[in-house]
Design a protein around this ligand. Structure first.
Ligand code: APR
Ligand code: PHB
Length: 391
């Protein structure tokens, strides 16, 4: 099998790239180790930056998103028994975010790929990559048979646990990494969200987040120890802890409902550098992980895709490699700004082990500052809705 761009992984990065390349008349084959059902149902993030929404819309996969996505023009920050709103629209010249589950984005992209008969192989697991310096190939297994995909370029969109990053020689690859000493316990519950907008809360007992998936489904998170066992958390304990952390002086009420899913997510920051070697390019979680506090993972993956799609379009149209050679440098500039923002949000809103009253008061002062200074609030808002893209 042969194609122009071999894409390993059908997450947000791989599928968005395949679609953008198709619009440029560039052929690709997408290999995905999991089944279509698995990919279309796996619950992940759900916040789309304005630029991500604009791109999906321009690509022609924004119809359902426009109908079902929930547009939010701000978020609330909770601390010291009160809530303060950060008004994105007012602070950023009308920008907003959209709540639309990642697996819904994937369903839309898979549907579009099927509609134009683009090659997308499920249960096709890449296990070996070679020739990345001049004629790349991916070996994969599908239905028990081993096959080889030859291509001009490989796009490593295979997430944090994929095989592509490891194909870059150790002597070249630098890893920058930080593990946070806590995790998030996340639930999905069949109950109308108790707030119209997301609420990020700092409390002495730890962080809590109210988010949502639809007018009927709430998504909530609690900071918990990094080695927490999910079995320690009954439904009652989860709701009671959420109520304690999110309580306000004006007796705001969090309504509960049946929990349909729960899971624990570790928090880590990770950057692999460079994001390109020879004819292999890393995109999304294959190259970087951000802690979920700023809701940036999916958006950052899509930002890499923009850069690579444009560079490949240039190459196939004119033969120029200039943009391809600048890929890593250009992506990393944004990646580090987003790492900065996500780490800052995480530090501001979480309790670190051993924090004392001094640390507690610094958290409160920072939140007071961010919500009372227009300059500080604008900093949060412009990062949350998504930094603009350089031309
Ligand atoms: N061969 C084929 N496919 C693979 C392989 C492999 N060896 N290894 C992993 N994959 C697939 C996974 O099954 C997954 O569907 O690659 C895909 C990677 O998708 P994501 O992990 O979603 O990564 P990415 O597309 O970079 O999106 C990043 O998605 O899950 C979120 O938190 C993440 O928001 C971030 C964003
Ligand atoms: C989510 O809805 O899953 C979500 C929202 C905001 C975040 C992280 C996750 O910061």
């Amino acid at each position: 099998m042969r194609t122009q761009v071999g894409i390993v992984g059908a997450g947000p990065a791989g599928l968005t790239l395949a679609h953008l390349l198709q619009l440029e008349g560039i052929e690709s084959v997408v290999l995905e180790s999991r089944s279509r059902e698995y990919v279309e149902q796996r619950v992940r993030a759900g916040v789309l930056e304005q630029g991500t929404v604009d791109l999906l819309t321009q690509m022609g996969v924004g119809d359902r998103l426009a109908r079902q996505g929930l547009v939010h023009r701000g978020i609330e920050l909770g601390f010291a028994g009160k809530r303060e709103r950060i008004d994105f629209a007012e602070l950023t010249g009308g920008k907003s975010i959209t709540i639309y589950a990642q697996h819904e984005v994937l369903k839309d992209l898979i549907g579009a790929r099927m509609a134009y008969d683009g090659a997308l192989l499920f249960e096709a697991e890449g296990f070996r990559i070679f020739g990345i310096e001049n004629s790349p190939e991916v070996q994969f297994r599908q239905c028990g048979a081993t096959q080889t995909l030859g291509c001009d370029f490989i796009a490593g969109c295979d997430g944090f646990h994929g095989i592509c990053r490891a194909a870059i020689p150790e002597s070249v690859l630098r890893i920058h990494e930080r593990e946070f000493p806590f995790a998030w316990l996340g639930i999905l519950a069949n109950v109308a969200p108790a707030s119209k907008e997301l609420i990020y809360t700092y409390h002495e007992r730890g962080f809590a987040l109210l988010s949502m998936r639809s007018p009927e489904v709430s998504r909530l998170y609690l900071q918990c120890p990094a080695d927490e066992k999910i079995a320690e958390w009954s439904e009652d304990r989860i709701w009671s802890e959420l109520r304690t952390r999110m309580a306000t002086n004006d007796h705001w009420n969090l309504s509960d409902g049946p929990i349909t899913q729960m899971g624990i997510t570790p928090l880590r920051s990770f950057v692999a550098e460079p994001m390109q070697y020879g004819r292999l390019f890393l995109l999304g979680d294959a190259a970087h992980i951000v802690p979920p506090t700023g809701a940036k993972g999916l958006n950052l993956a899509v930002a890499d895709v923009r850069v690579l799609a444009r560079a490949l379009a240039d190459f196939y149209r004119t033969g120029s490699r200039t943009r391809l050679e600048r890929y890593s440098q250009e992506c990393l500039r944004r990646v580090w700004k987003v790492q900065r923002f996500s780490a800052w949000m995480t530090r501001m809103l979480h309790r670190f082990p051993g924090e004392d009253s001094f640390a507690h008061n610094l958290h409160l002062a920072e939140l007071d500052y961010v919500t009372s200074s227009r300059a500080a609030a604008t900093t949060l808002a412009e990062n949350y809705v998504g930094l603009s893209f350089a031309e």
